[in-house]
Design a protein around this ligand. Structure first.
Ligand code: DX5
Ligand code: ZN
Length: 216
């Protein structure tokens, strides 16, 4: 398998020093950052929104994948695009007309992706596979970092892979050096890495390198 794209998530980082965290991730050679946006409604936790993303935009050129764990993504599309998001990932569980929203995202020059929680069948995204740039398969219930990888979702990765061999399939939740190989083996081409990224010595090249090595 080709080496997966590894995107660290800004969630279990040091929020008192995010600029330093971003600099360390850049130094580690990452290709993009995964931004976990939570509204305290779709998920039982709060994180950050457009003004914070805009400030981060000013300190890095890395692409931002905005994972919108919010109940009303359509209402915030413009705000996240204006803040500098490059890719918007919206949950299939809350989008009423996915085709319309995906088109609006792309019309604004962003890449569009649909996300499915562990209980959501892959068929929820099936009608839209030609209209999106990626599918994000959650391997934990969203809301918190550091949860255990749910391998039952791998079946959905395989099904999507079979339906659209060239499509980018990302997996998010519980990815570390012990679980990464299962994800890529099933057909995931992108790994979101949250808590496994961060370690006290700040050597994220080492922590992400271990995940990359395990995924080969
Ligand atoms: C879960 C978020 C994930 C999270 C992953 O709510 O969508 O991106 O940060 O963290 P880990 O890798 O620790 O499961
Ligand atoms: Zn995420």
């Amino acid at each position: 398998a080709t080496a997966p794209l590894i995107t660290p998530s800004l969630l279990d980082c040091d929020f008192a020093e995010v600029g330093r965290e971003i600099a360390r991730l850049e130094a580690a050679g990452v290709a993009a950052l995964h931004l976990d946006v939570m509204d305290g409604h779709f998920v039982p936790n709060l994180s950050y929104g457009p003004p914070v993303v805009a400030d981060w935009r000013a300190v890095t050129d890395l692409p931002f994948d905005a994972h919108l764990m919010i109940s009303n993504p359509a209402e915030y599309l413009d705000a996240f695009v204006d803040a500098g998001a490059d890719s918007l990932l919206v949950h299939a569980e809350v989008v009423r007309k996915p085709a319309d929203l995906l088109r609006q995202i792309r019309d604004r020059g962003c890449r569009a992706g649909l996300v499915i929680n562990p209980p959501t069948p892959w068929t929820a995204v099936e009608p839209y596979l030609d209209q999106l740039d990626s599918v994000l398969v959650m391997s934990v219930m969203p809301g918190f970092g550091g949860q255990r990888f749910q391998e039952t979702v791998l079946e959905k990765v395989r099904a999507i892979r079979a339906a659209r061999p060239g499509l980018r399939i990302a997996i998010d939740g519980g990815i570390n050096a012990r679980t990464a190989d299962q994800a890529t083996e099933a057909g995931a081409t992108q790994l979101v890495v949250g808590s496994a990224t961060y370690r006290a010595d700040g050597n994220y090249a080492a922590s992400l390198g271990e995940v990359a090595e395990a995924a080969r």
